[in-house]
Design a binder for this molecule. Structure first.
Ligand code: 3PG
Length: 375
């Protein structure tokens, strides 16, 4: 993986940058600009060196929202980077060759509006590559996707890694050889996709705390009633992990009416929505003893407003990291990072990953298709 600092010539060179601007957008406005801000140092570096910068990204939209990246161009402008938005990729060549000056920047429309993107169509990758002389991947959080703009384009252009992509690899790789005690907090849903990760980190870490809907699967495997709580599809067999002393789960849970219960006392009609205060307290001890903390996924149904346990753990990890120089904390996943940002304490963590699924895949496999494609 070559760094963009190794690019020899910049002046007037057309550089195609794959960013991940797959950000939440409500009523036509970006509601969380974390990923945009993390890509900015690379964009600014290339522009300041005199390159012609062509930004591209996908956007997966929720129903009712337009699948356009135009609001991202607005955010880039607010952050000080003027960009020309190109709504039809087929018009890009003409504009880049005749109107884009050195040091200027364009943003292409949502790549997923083209069928070839998700299919990793060779022709589409070639069409994208034909816009530029050099490819830069600054989309760590999309590197788990074998899509045309991620793994196809580098087949046709000399390829480099952006600053954030390099940081992601460097920081997340620390988890393969961590300081101890090491606590891994794994939350979210869909255990069927996370078993290799659990297995791997039950070997490496000293404590693996499983929260969110993943914990409901463990409760189910223990024979507890899980009522209407979110659980995986039944294909996961967790029985062999239940006696592992490293594995811990919430000791109390919050249900929809905000009542706090022991997890084995749930009624048939009840639904777990968050971890309870005793769980947060039990984590305090483990986190405060740790030298390495790795965390992905909120502890409750964050999108429905059940944020208390996530906020509690956020503060504990932030305080412990900022008070101890030899402690490393790495946190990822959209909602988890959003929780940290909303409390204004991002700078207290060692590293915030832009990756959700990509972070988990990287941790499980030690590599990602998009990184491999850079050679
Ligand atoms: C993400 O948000 O995790 C990445 O942008 C990948 O998006 P996707 O899951 O829609 O491929």
């Amino acid at each position: 993986m070559r760094s963009i600092t190794e690019i020899e010539y910049f002046d007037g060179v057309k550089i195609l940058v794959r960013a991940d601007f797959n950000v939440p957008i409500k009523n036509g406005a970006v509601t969380d600009d974390f990923r945009i801000r993390t890509a900015l140092p690379t964009i600014n570096f290339l522009c300041e060196k005199g390159a012609k910068v062509i930004l591209m990204s996908h956007l997966e939209v929720k129903e009712g929202e337009k699948a356009t990246l135009a609001p991202v161009a607005e955010v880039l402008k607010k952050l000080g980077r003027e960009v020309k938005f190109i709504s039809n990729i087929r018009d890009a060549n003409e504009f880049i060759d005749h109107e884009l000056d050195n040091g200027q920047c364009v943003l292409l429309e949502n790549l997923r509006l083209n069928e070839g993107e998700k299919k990793n169509d060779r022709k589409f990758a070639e069409e994208l590559a034909s816009l530029a002389d050099i490819f830069v991947n600054e989309a760590f959080s999309a590197c788990h996707r074998k899509h045309a703009s991620i793994v196809g384009v580098p087949k046709f252009l000399p390829s480099y890694a952006g600053f954030q992509l390099e940081k992601e690899v460097k920081n997340l790789s620390q988890a393969f050889n961590p300081a101890h005690p090491f606590i891994f907090i794994l939350s979210g849903a869909k255990f069927e996709t996370k078993l290799p990760l659990l297995e791997k980190f039950l070997r490496i870490a000293d404590t693996v705390f499983v929260g969110g809907a993943l914990a409901n699967d463990i409760f189910k495997a223990k024979g507890y009633e899980t009522g209407r709580s979110v659980v995986s599809d039944g294909s996961v067999d967790l029985s062999k992990y239940l006696s592992n002393p490293k594995l811990t789960v919430p000791v109390d849970v919050v249900i929809e009416n905000n009542e706090i219960k022991a997890p084995d006392l749930l009624g048939k009609d009840e639904k777990i929505v968050d971890a309870g205060p005793a769980t947060v307290e039990s984590l305090r001890g483990k986190i405060n003893a740790a030298k390495f903390i790795l965390w992905n996924g909120p502890l409750g149904l964050y999108e429905d407003g059940f944020t208390a346990a996530t906020a509690g753990v956020t503060r504990i990890v932030a305080d412990h990291t900022s008070e101890n120089k030899n402690v490393m904390s790495i946190v990822g996943g959209g909602d988890t990072v959003a929780a940290i940002e909303s409390l204004g304490i991002s700078d207290k963590f060692t590293f915030l990953s832009t990756g959700g699924g990509a972070m988990l895949d990287f941790l499980a496999q030690g590599n990602l298709p998009g990184i491999e494609a850079l050679g």
